[in-house]
Design a binder for this molecule. Structure first.
Ligand code: FAD
Length: 322
């Protein structure tokens, strides 16, 4: 059965986030002949075209001065209104900081169930199913929404961008939301990590642990990651030791990432760290202890001192690029 699917689109610094394009592709997978509606708040640029290319049939631009900067109150109220107005069969959002903040609140306001942090979705016997990791990524469960509207958040970097049709266009709908003055006021947004790639969306992550020794050691990881256009992450051990910012922490109490390549440098592989990265497509571990647990999840392991191994790898990569 065809489904009308509403997608919440996230934009940052004028551009649509890659995760939202993935969510549009996810919507296309389940919509069949139904309509995919992309809702974008206060867009700074004309976003209709790129959203149409990745699957949107309609683009709703939701405008209000109170939506200029993200606040939970305003966005939840406005998006809940959009859901009521367009009454879709399914609602999808990225499982990002914003998605994690908004989705449970919207679900609660509209009395909907929520399937969160899905890594895949599809159709089976005409019913939508979702796949989501459980037990810190050790197992996966398949969920179906039996009754009512479908509402789910999709983990970044998991839905391949298979649906891209550059010739497509979408209908643009201007929507004036009613938004109460938010209870919280954002005075200034300070970015902790500037100019670097978002860990949630990075295809390649070079991650450092206590074995990196100090902040200077992390500069080596920065240079290593730069060679492949990757992002730098860290274990909590490294963050606790003051080697890097907590914004880089990956794991149970940090970010959950699924890059195509995860290179763990001087990380032992504690269960809490694995919870944040064990679903990466390919894992490479560099550790001087051959018994380190990280080798149990690694696809490729290098036993050695990272300060010797990384410069050698960098040399090889530079040569292969010539
Ligand atoms: P260590 O365990 O000290 O490992 C350092 C590794 O570096 C060792 O294996 C060593 O052999 C290797 N090494 C040393 N020198 C070199 C060298 N020169 N070259 C190569 N290898 C070298 N941790 C997280 O990462 N993320 C979380 O979200 C998280 N949440 C937690 C939540 C709770 C409630 C608790 C209790 C803990 C949490 N932890 C988390 C902490 C976790 O248990 C570990 O303590 C932490 O992951 C260890 O960090 P590490 O691997 O960098 O350090």
């Amino acid at each position: 059965m065809s489904k009308n699917v509403l997608v919440f689109v996230e934009a940052r610094e004028g551009g649509v986030r890659k995760v939202s394009l993935e969510v549009l592709n996810a919507a296309r997978k389940i919509a069949q002949d139904g309509v995919v509606i992309a809702a974008i708040f206060n867009p700074e640029v004309d976003s209709v075209e790129p959203l149409a290319h990745y699957g949107a049939d309609k683009v709703v631009t939701v405008n209000h001065p109170n939506l200029a900067i993200y606040t939970t109150d305003a966005y939840v109220q406005a998006f809940s209104e959009v859901v009521k107005e367009f009454n879709p069969d399914a609602i999808l959002m990225g499982h990002t900081s914003v998605g994690k903040d908004m989705a449970p609140r919207v679900a609660s306001r509209l009395e909907l169930g929520l399937v969160s942090d899905c890594t895949d979705l599809g159709l089976s016997e005409n019913e939508v199913f979702f796949v989501r990791p459980i037990y810190s990524g050790k197992a996966f469960q398949k969920r179906k929404v039996i009754d009512g509207k479908i509402f789910a958040t999709i983990r970044p970097n998991n839905i391949p961008l298979d649906f891209v049709k550059t010739g497509r266009s979408a209908e643009r709908i201007e929507y004036q939301a009613q938004v109460d003055p938010p209870r919280t006021h954002v005075k200034e947004v300070l970015r902790k990590v500037t100019g670097s790639i978002d860990l949630n969306e990075a295809k390649i992550i070079v991650s450092g642990g206590r074995g990196v020794k100090n902040a200077e050691g992390f500069r080596l990881l920065d240079k290593f990651a730069e060679l492949f256009g990757g992002a730098v992450g860290a274990s909590r051990g490294a963050c606790d030791a003051g080697m890097c910012d907590y914004a880089l922490q990956i794991g149970q109490t940090g970010k959950v990432v699924t890059p195509e390549l995860y290179i763990a440098c001087g990380i032992s592989g504690a269960i809490q760290h694995l919870a944040g990265m064990s679903n990466s497509k390919i894992i490479v571990a560099i550790n001087k202890d051959p018994e380190a647990p990280i080798f149990q999840v690694a696809d490729y392991g290098i036993v050695g001192d990272l300060f010797e191994v990384i410069p050698l790898l960098m040399e090889e990569i530079r040569e292969s690029k010539l």
